[in-house]
Design a protein around this ligand. Structure first.
Ligand code: ADP
Length: 306
């Protein structure tokens, strides 16, 4: 089941068309990495999902219910963590969560037990009676996650939760989101690809108003796999003999040699590694190493975005 479905979403600001028919599905219990350069339209999409901004056209459903601008009924399924959450500095985490719970209409007992559980999850148990005023950015971000989870949402949306944090603060947030995965579905918007590779199981790359890439990381890598290989020979001489072979002089074969290593890119889908192996065997050339180059999320991102 998909917790979130976006169909043909369009949005423009003046003559700037930001979303151009965005389709996006977020499966239940996934951590969905919503990736895009600054200005790609991630926050715009999130605001429309929250019913805070009106789309020009297109539909969104959250847990099967249609999102309508200005009517925030579907937000009862959603917990939201803005990029820079704001708090009342004079309160402590328990008081703050109590206030949030009362606004949402939770019972006193429920607020107390959930607050204890969530402050433990986000590592703020020992700070529960300390004023938020003295908290670091990372601590505020963690308290923001506790607040967003208070209502046991089906979908937790985090807008750039790690972008302003140092590596330790980022790791803490990523660990908390991984731990929260069993409880809810998470949309994690970011431009930090290494964070996505660490915790996300589904990925959508927003580019030019649509998802330019989407699926699981392994599906994406499989679909975009190029026939790229690295061969390492015992000597530069052998590598250069291989590089010069007539059998490899073909417009769809590209070669780069560096010392005793040769990188080969086969741009014709009908060719694969077995072709190279047969050439090597015909010429009695035995490389020390023959490796398929796996694309990285970064190389794929650069490819679709450039
Ligand atoms: P992201 O979150 O991916 O960085 P945004 O959704 O914030 O991107 O912005 C996408 C584009 O829409 C940007 O060019 C931004 O300047 C523009 N934009 C966002 N909100 C408004 C607005 N209220 N009025 C005009 N332009 C806007």
């Amino acid at each position: 089941m998909n917790v979130l479905e976006i169909n043909k979403l369009y949005k423009r600001f003046g003559d700037r068309e930001v979303l151009k028919g965005l389709d996006m599905m977020v499966p239940e219990h996934s951590i969905f990495g919503f990736i895009g350069k600054n200005g790609a339209g991630k926050t715009t999409t999130i605001k429309i999902i929250l019913g805070l901004l009106k789309q020009d056209s297109g539909t969104i459903t959250v847990c099967g219910q249609k999102v309508t601008y200005g009517d925030t009924k579907t937000n009862r399924y959603i917990g939201f963590l803005p990029d820079v959450p704001e708090f009342y500095g004079y309160m402590n985490p328990m008081e703050y969560l109590n206030l949030c719970g009362e606004i949402t209409g939770l019972s006193k007992n429920k607020i107390k037990s959930k607050s204890e559980e969530l402050l433990e999850l986000v590592g703020l148990k020992d700070e529960k009676k300390k004023k938020i005023r003295g908290f670091s950015r990372g601590m505020k971000q963690r308290l923001g996650i506790a607040q967003a989870l208070l209502n046991e949402p089906k979908l937790l949306i985090c807008d750039e939760p790690t972008s302003a944090l140092d590596p330790i603060g980022r790791k803490e947030i990523l660990d908390i989101l991984s731990a929260a995965k069993g409880k809810t579905t998470i949309i994690f918007s970011t431009h930090i690809l290494s964070d996505v590779e660490r915790i996300c199981d589904y990925i959508g790359v927003l580019h030019d108003g649509k998802l330019a890439l989407c699926g699981t990381l392994s599906e994406i890598k499989e679909n975009y796999r190029h026939n790229e290989f690295v061969l390492e020979f015992g000597s530069e001489k052998e590598a250069s003999i291989f590089e010069m072979l007539d059998e490899l002089k073909h417009p769809s074969i590209r070669l780069w040699r560096s010392g005793n290593a040769v990188k080969v890119l086969l741009t014709d889908d009908r060719m694969d590694g077995s072709f190279l192996l047969s050439v090597l065997s015909q010429k009695c050339l035995v490389p020390l190493k023959f490796a398929v180059v796996e694309p990285t999320l970064e190389s794929l991102f650069m490819e679709v975005v450039q």
